[in-house]
Write a protein that binds this ligand. Structure first.
Ligand code: ADP
Ligand code: MG
Length: 393
């Protein structure tokens, strides 16, 4: 071994030269636990159900075996990845593209709703071996006879729990049933639920279960802070946070599309550069906003949970919960947008008294204990005892 060739943990896996090159071009210095456990098992052809915390590199965990599997001389769709949201589908497509950097013959199509079918037909005409899709749009293409799934040998459900929860169960089942029963079927998720287990029981053959617990090592280092506030003062307190000027790139989460839109507009009027991202924005624009944010064209993204799942933007330094999410898991996914790939991150929750009961539930669920902060008269953040604050109300 030459001195500059550092051991990364990928060497022992019998990967092709092209993939090793890509992994190194992506700057990975060590393999993550879910990758170490999943890649060899998938490469042996087993069905897999893998549960691992967000930000631990699950995309490459299935992406690498997928690319190792592909037959470049076969022009049919061999691998299909289903993802719950358009943004996530796009992101998976991009990550696979990076992994395939040194295998130029690999063609990847990304199919999702909201984009003209015609544009996607052009992608399909290029005879992709890999398709990444949201279930609804996939089914649409299947029903129009645009895609044939008879040669699929690997089927991946990413964020399986979320996808099944979003009411995609029927669509997903139809798609699973349209691929050959001999296929390899793998599911990836940050959390599991009854629907995931049911699908596994129904469609997987002897699945290997891989669970990676959140450990200190792979748990994103996210400092969690709660800033008690009132409905009237919330906006002002948000401005204090934004004015602190410490964080380069931030995501602000709201619970409704309307709030995301209004808050973004209000901030823009006040001179902050923000864009809104939510389900009512046309797909073309959503892609543009996401790309702009990833590229650092504007520093603040105001969004609903549509942007929380699986989305990976480098260097989101702070996440702000303008509203406390209604579901415990959303909290985990929101704050998981920062502290990615073992970087540090900060999450703030602007909390009104009525929301405080929900926060207790969330803390129990996440086994976390955020610190309480408050703004003093000068707009400077100070430590605050939780009890002290609520006693005053
Ligand atoms: P998950 O699906 O588990 O939430 P992702 O697949 O989105 O995580 O990966 C999160 C980030 O970590 C991505 O930017 C990805 O490129 C990066 N990443 C993946 N594997 C590694 C690795 N072995 N070392 C460093 N970074 C990695
Ligand atoms: Mg993921």
């Amino acid at each position: 071994m030459k001195p500059e060739e550092k051991m990364t943990g990928f060497e022992g896996l019998d990967l092709s030269k092209e993939i090793m090159q890509a992994v190194s071009a992506m700057g990975f210095t060590s393999i993550t636990p879910v990758q170490e456990k999943t890649i060899p098992v998938m490469m042996e052809g087993h069905d897999v159900i893998a549960i691992a915390p967000t930000g631990t590199g699950k995309t490459c965990a299935f992406g690498i075996p997928m690319l190792e599997y592909i037959s470049l001389t076969d022009n049919r769709i061999q691998e299909l990845v289903l993802a719950p949201t358009r943004e996530l589908a796009v992101q998976i497509g991009e990550e696979l593209q990076k992994l395939a950097k040194f295998i130029p013959e690999v063609r990847i199509a990304v199919l999702y709703g909201g984009q003209p079918i015609v544009k996607q037909l052009n992608q399909l005409k290029r005879k992709p071996q890999i398709v990444v899709a949201t279930p609804g749009r996939m089914l649409d293409h299947m029903q129009r006879g645009n895609v044939r799934l008879g040669a699929v040998h690997t089927l991946v459900l990413d964020e399986a729990d979320e996808m099944l929860k979003m009411g995609f169960v029927k669509d997903v089942c139809k798609i699973i049933e349209a691929v050959p029963t001999t296929r390899q079927f793998v599911m990836f998720s940050a959390t599991t639920n009854q629907d995931v287990l049911t699908i596994s029981w129904k469609y997987q053959h002897d699945p290997v279960e891989i669970t990676v617990e959140a450990t200190k090592e792979n748990k994103p280092k996210i400092a969690q802070y709660v800033i008690p506030t009132t409905r009237e003062e919330k906006y002002e307190h948000l401005l204090y946070l934004l004015d602190a000027d410490v964080y380069g790139r931030m995501m602000i989460f709201t619970n409704t599309k309307d709030m995301a839109r209004r808050l973004s507009e209000r901030l823009n009027k006040a001179g902050y550069e923000t864009e809104a991202l939510h389900g009512d924005i046309p797909q073309g624009k959503r892609n543009q906003v996401m790309l702009g944010f990833k590229k650092g064209r504007f520093p603040i993204l105001v969004c609903t949970d549509v942007a929380a799942r699986g989305i990976d933007v480098d260097d989101v330094e702070a996440v702000i919960n303008y509203d406390l999410p209604n579901e415990n898991e959303y909290y985990v996914h929101r704050i998981g947008r920062t502290g990615r790939a073992r970087k540090h991150g900060v999450a703030f929750t602007l909390l009104t008294f009525t929301e405080s009961v929900r926060l207790d539930e969330i803390c129990k669920y996440t086994e976390s204990r955020p610190d309480y902060l408050k703004f003093d008269d000068m707009g400077v953040l100070r430590n605050e005892e939780k009890e002290a604050f609520f006693d005053k109300i």
